[in-house]
Ligand binder design. Sequence first.
Ligand code: AVJ
Ligand code: FE
Length: 433
Amino acid sequence: MTTDLRTDLRDRARTALERARRRTLALTDCLDDDGLTAQHSPLMSPLVWDLAHIGSQEDIWLLRAAGRGPGLRPDLDDMYDAFQHPRADRPALPLLTPAQARRYLGEVRDRALAVLAGSDPHGDDPLLADAFVFGMVAQHEQQHDETMLATHQLRRGTPVLHAPAPPGGHPLPDEVLVPGGPFTMGTSTDPWALDNERPAHTVEVPAFHLDTTPVTNAAYQEFIAAGGYDEPRWWHPDGWAHVRRTGIHAPLFRRRDGDAWLRRRFGRTEPVPPDEPVVHVCWYEADAYARWAGRRLPTEAEWEKAARHDPATGTSRTYPWGEAEPTARHANLGQRHLAPAPAGAYPAGAAPSGARQLIGDVWEWTSSDFTAYPGFGAFPYREYSEVFFGPGYKVLRGGSFGADQVAVRGTFRNWDYPIRRQIFAGFRTARDA
Ligand code: AVJ
Ligand code: FE
């Protein structure tokens, strides 16, 4: 990589940190102190916890690890350590007030930008090379911004978030064919790829068919109308037990109103739009729908091959459309719209196979457990990825309308429990060719 490109990565880090901060403040300045300190759902932290946690991680990684300084508030590390306090317990902690948290974030950021300006992106320190740790912290803040958006979705009361509607969709063939053969999964070269995306390795993926777009509300509604939630044969045994125990019978935030279905989104109730990707379904629901449809969820390797493999060159792209950074023409990212776009939107974002909307709109459940790639090494800390590897978590791919482009790419891996529904997750289905 040239010196220019590496210097450019420092500029990109600053831009990414500043974009994240604008979003963090937009998601918190719109509520009063009660709205920030309340626990809107036991599934989530009070927003003021996320706010100060963002600052605390930046204190730890940019002021102390990267800057080798004493840091601003090491005394806060424990309170804002996600592993020390389950979300439901966080409201009872002696948290910083919203005003204190905002001041802390601002002071950490001023010092962090000075560390960035004085850092050497060409040196041997793996934290600083290619401005990695600054990119990592920007990704961390954006991931919490998506979590805070999910908290907003759970919140009751008058709407405070507003955004224009996404672009329209277009009818397309139901499925595409992804050719069989080897492809390169993961990356060893993307400078800000996180540890779980590394290293690049060859995977043999036989030919398969994949839904051109994520499964829509209209299609999912057929599963509901066909009694899908009452039929144990469609469900994973653990999923069926979960349905019986919880009584779930539709995606989260959705209810029947006579013959119609309504859904609540960021405080507004509206009819369910038939051509939008279904969102707020758990892995068990996605898995059951796929079985009912005579299909299956794609594996994580299949998803990534559909998103990255270019059969013309045999190489893997960063994005379905190539190497260009995502723009508003390519994908629905960055909380630009507060909804997924209808199926068939974003022709400029198509993959070589013709699949659409792999990036943005909704996170997509895959059939795969979250596991280490061959040659994985935890970096820079085990608690980002390694402690979550195993059968308890399923992999999600592609990012949602709530995710920022700094934390979305063809190799990016997200994971969650198979019962999780408050995240902006949908899915698409596959079948063997
Ligand atoms: C990768 C989205 C599962 O939110 O738990 C935030 C990201 N890690 N702070 C999460 C994360 C530490 C993580 N996910
Ligand atoms: Fe975090």
